[in-house]
Design a protein around this ligand. Structure first.
Ligand code: AVJ
Length: 316
């Protein structure tokens, strides 16, 4: 660690659902499913970074410009759930006036530690307080530096779109509880728009999103001693305007069976394995949803093309 960087690590020893348990349970269900949180092994994370650079995938670059151009005033103590590689926080910390603390919260201990140390080194004037915890449930925030500064949750990337609406409200309500009275929230939300633009973003011409989705099956083969024939599955993504979401599946191209962790699974021809929802919201729809968790709008910023939104909320 370089001189000057301030860094603390709090380990609340969260229990983590194993990939094995999730896959075995998810493939017993009808319809079959594998939760999207398992996309992000080393290979999946690299593919996601590639997705973020695709011409069709507008959310990342659009959100970055919105974050660069807007601010929330001085002395913020920024609390990020699911901080991962902590990339977007760099943009935010650069845009903020004298941020008082950065508090990354993640369940994945080693990634959290590496990312938080890297950040503390690159932003020596910002104290970093990393918390290893399961942020889908209540947990106690440690005492934070910069007393008097406001607590601001940061949840970028439209990750909120992965939750079904009631679960999104529950997630935001838990965030609100942890932020405490007068807490604030900065949250990136992908906007509703023409089906063609949405479907192109999840069916890129280079096939990176397909590889990202199918990597779940490769991961099963690698980690769970599976013998899935990846060539007999394909990526499927489409926008349902009735549900307001992109739906992502893996489709079995043939009737087939596979061994996974010593168990046998059967896939019918054309059977779907659900892997992800990505909900899209108009500005007003998302404000209504956030209000159910106690958040009042302060401001909402969008790009000129109205592709993506960043909402700034305060708790009542
Ligand atoms: C990380 C949830 C924002 O929903 O757009 C990208 C993930 N899946 N391409 C999204 C994703 C397929 C992404 N989020």
């Amino acid at each position: 660690m370089k001189n000057g960087a301030r860094f603390a690590f709090h380990d609340l020893a969260p229990g983590e659902e194993s990939f094995r348990d999730a896959v075995l349970a998810g493939l017993e269900r009808a319809p079959k499913r594998i939760p999207c949180k398992f996309f992000y092994d080393a290979r999946g994370s690299a593919l996601f970074e590639e997705i973020c650079r695709l011409p069709e995938y507008y959310p990342t670059r659009t959100e970055v410009v919105i974050l660069e151009e807007n601010s929330m005033g001085p002395h913020c103590r920024v609390i990020e759930f699911g901080s991962g590689a902590s990339q977007k926080i760099r943009i935010l910390l650069q845009a903020l006036e004298r941020p008082a603390a950065y508090v990354p919260v993640d369940i994945s201990r080693e990634h959290l530690r590496d990312a938080a140390i890297g950040l503390a080194e690159d932003f020596p004037s910002v104290p970093v307080v990393a918390v290893c915890a399961d942020y889908t449930r209540p947990f106690p925030l440690p005492p934070l530096p910069g007393a008097g500064g406001k607590r601001v949750g940061f949840f970028p990337g439209s990750t909120i779109g992965n939750f079904e609406p009631d679960a999104a409200v529950a997630f935001l309500a838990n965030y609100a509880h942890i932020l405490g009275p007068k807490g604030e929230m900065l949250i990136g939300v992908d906007l509703k728009k023409e089906t063609d633009i949405l479907e192109a973003a999840y069916n890129d011409r280079a096939g990176v999103t397909a590889a990202f989705n199918l990597n779940l099956l490769e991961r099963v083969n690698r980690e769970l001693d599976g013998d899935l024939d990846i060539d007999r599955f394909e990526h499927l993504a489409f926008y349902s305007s009735a549900e307001g979401r992109v739906e992502i599946y893996i489709r079995s191209l043939a009737h087939q069976t596979a061994q996974i962790a010593g168990r046998r699974f059967r896939f019918a021809k054309d059977e779907l394995v659900h892997t992800e929802y990505s909900y899209k919201y108009s500005v007003d729809e998302f404000r209504v949803l956030a209000a159910r968790a106690g958040f009042r709008p302060v401001d909402t910023w969008t790009d000129p093309g109205e592709l993506f939104s960043v909402h700034y909320f305060r708790l009542r």
